[in-house]
Each structure stands twice: as structure tokens, then as C-alpha cells.
Design a binder for this molecule. Sequence first.
Ligand SMILES: Cc1ncc(COP(=O)(O)O)c(C=O)c1O
Length: 455
Amino acid sequence: MKPAYEKPVIKKLHTGLMNKFGRSPAYARKVRRDIDGVAIEDLVAKFGSPLFVYSERTIRQRYRAMHTAFSTRYPNVVFGWSYKTNYLNALCALMHQQGSVAEVVSEMEYDKARALGVPGSKIIFNGPHKSPAALEKAAREGATINLDHLDELNDLEQVAHKLRRHVHVGIRLNLDAGVYPQWSRFGFNLESGQAMEAVKRIKSGGKLVLNGLHCHIGTFIMDATAYARQVAKMVAFGCEVEKAFGFAIESYDIGGGFPSRSQLKGVYLPPEVALPSTDQFAEAITHALSKALRPGDFPKLILESGRALVDEAGYLISTVVASKRLVDGTRAYVADAGVNLLFTANWYKFNIELDREVGGINEHSVIYGPLCMNIDVVDEGTLLPPLTRGTRLIVSPVGAYNHTQSMQFIEYRPASVLIGGTGEVDLIREAEDLGDITRREKLPKRLAVTGGGGK
Ligand SMILES: Cc1ncc(COP(=O)(O)O)c(C=O)c1O
């Protein structure tokens, strides 16, 4: 086919920063015709575009690698699947099937885990907003509750009073592990004495029994030694509390925060160079733990890893719907998926692959999403050959925090599928339609629309 005529433009060349590592080979522009052996075209033909695609094989591999790294170094390891990272039922079920309990941060997530069949005793209930009713439900059902603030402590004491029994409880700590800016808004601060005050308050109330400590120092932590500092501080605090108040700390929950192999914007090195390996994290954590604990004492080590387990298992297939030249000559594409589905585009430079070989000169190009909003940018600058309408863009890794934060804004949310270990493709969430958007709306009779507005 003869290429369409285009008015020539003169553009200044931008070479960008020099990088002696070049781009990581794993993230170089590639052609991807399939995901786990299932053709992109077949996926789109059956389920439409855009489409979230998850690889069961990758999730199982990541889980196994991480679990092995910790359980071969420490005898009492529990994984708590962080629901907010991705709470599609099929993915949660996959995590539970592999032995994970549920880690939830709201009543909605708690209810979701229960509806999926997870017993309360296998739920860790975190988060800064737990209503008295949610606390009561969780206490009745035997969930592990980690308190975030004193108001919650008071509420849970009322629940214990109502239930006429002691309620076991953990507290969330925040502390200086060398990760800045420090996440100090959740839980009780260790260094200032807030956390000790909370323990004193629990003891004097006489209704709650402290048996766990929780702390999540942040997300996408790139330094394994930060966890070693965290663990040392948590265990020292636990020992102090045991001695002073007679509580027995049965679990140390160190949260999540392990990075996935995504490319953080502004990070010069590619992920495989910049990030410690899973084994390095496990080594730092378990070493610090065994140094700090009393010999022979093996309380539960709970990990609430989210993104590291699921991010690389997620892809978003999207389609080029238009190409244009901006007034400054920049090549731009409009895709059918934008920040409505890719919330993490704010922080990550995605790996964008094409479903076909495309000839022609690579040009610095911008990829916009479909929203009529200026902020809807999937990639503000990437080298692409001239793409035609209908080219599929396979965006990854997007398994973490994109589906859960996707917006029902302007566009319908698309379907999600899971590719099983033997290549079977299961629809795990249908594409939305107008019914999903309007189902909860009520139109007052007096506002019934008959024939539209105007004259
Ligand atoms: C309490 C808690 N646990 C676990 C996680 C999961 O974190 P990540 O996905 O970084 O592993 C989070 C996320 O912020 C969290 O707030």
C-alpha cells in the first residue's frame, strides 16, 4: 500500500540523557504476538480491546520464588495477599490456593474476601478506616486486627465489652527505617514514644490483648537494608513490650513494598540493575530477624507483598485508534486505553510492545489515551515507527494497582482474562456496559427526559 502523503516537518533532535547501560534488553522495543502462547489477535477477537490479560504461570512463578526465598531461611512464614494491589476474585483465589491469607484495608475488601470464601481467621485487617461495625464483624469472625490509631483502639474496646471477651489485637507501627519521605501517617510512631503509649493504653484498658506488631515502610522499596532496620526496630520494641507488660508477641508483620520489575520514571538504571533480588531482600530480613530474636523463638513472619507478586503477570492490550501530528511536529497516537485504566502511568515508564513488525523510521512519539482530558498520557515520549490504526500496543507490567484503581470515567471498563498454565483463557471479569454505569442511579420523575433539551 502506498503510504499517505504527509506534509514534511523539521524537528530538533533530542538525544536525551546519556546512559552507558543503554536500555535494558528486557525492555527494548519488541514485537509481541502472544501472551503465554495465546495470540494477541485471538484475545482481542474474542474479548475486545482494550483488554487486561493476566498470566497464571507468572503469578505462580513469582509466588513460588518469593515464598521459597523466605521459607528456606525462616521456619514460620505467612504470606498475606494485599487485596488492594489487585482484588479480582480469580487472582485472590489464586493467591489463596497457594497458601496466602488475605490482607485487607477496608470493610469492602474484608467483605470481598469473606464472599470469596476466606474465613475471618485467615484475614488480616489493616487500614486507617475501620468502622465500629466492621471492627465488630472482624472481632466476631476471629480476624487479625491491626490498630491504626487511638480512636480505633477505643472502638475495639467497646466491641470487646459488647462481646464480653478479650480481643486479640496488633498495632501498626511507623518508624524510621531510612526510607524517605517516611510513611508516618499510618499507625503509631515508634521513636517518639507514641507506640509505647498505645501499648500502655491497651494494657490499662484491660479488654484487648496485644499479640502482634505490624509495619509497612512504603512501596517499591529499592534498598534491602531498610527492611533489616525495620525488623531490628520492630523486634526490639516487641521484646520491650513483652518484658514491660507481659504480652506475648506472636507475629511480626513487615508489610509489603518489594518492587516489581517496572521502570520507575526518573530512575537512571534499568530495573534488573537498580533493584535487589528477592533473595537479597529475604536474606536481609531473615538475617536481621534471627539476630534480634531470642534463640529458639520463631514468631510468625508475615509478609504482605503486593506488586512484586502480580505486577509482571499483568498486561493491557490496547489499540491505536488515530495518529496525528501536534503543532510542534511531534508524532502522537491516540489509544483506546489511557490513565482511566493505567493509573500507574504517573510513576512508571511502561514497556510498550507492538503486535506486528513495523518498518520505517523510529520517531519520538507521544501516546495519549481516549479521555477528553489533557492529563491522559500513557507515554509522554517513546521511539516508535509509524503506526497505523489498529496496531495493538501491549503495555506491561500492569498487574499491580491498575485494575483496582481503574476509573469508570468517560469510558467503559474492559474485560479481564486469565491465561492458565496450559494456555486456557478464562474470562475473569466481563467488560462493563451502560447498565453498570447507571444501575445505582435514580432519576426523579419530574426530570424525565422526553425528547431532549432545548426547543
Ligand atoms: C498495609 C499494606 N500492606 C501491604 C501493601 C502492599 O504493598 P506492595 O504492593 O508495595 O507490596 C500495602 C500497600 O501500600 C499496604 O499499605
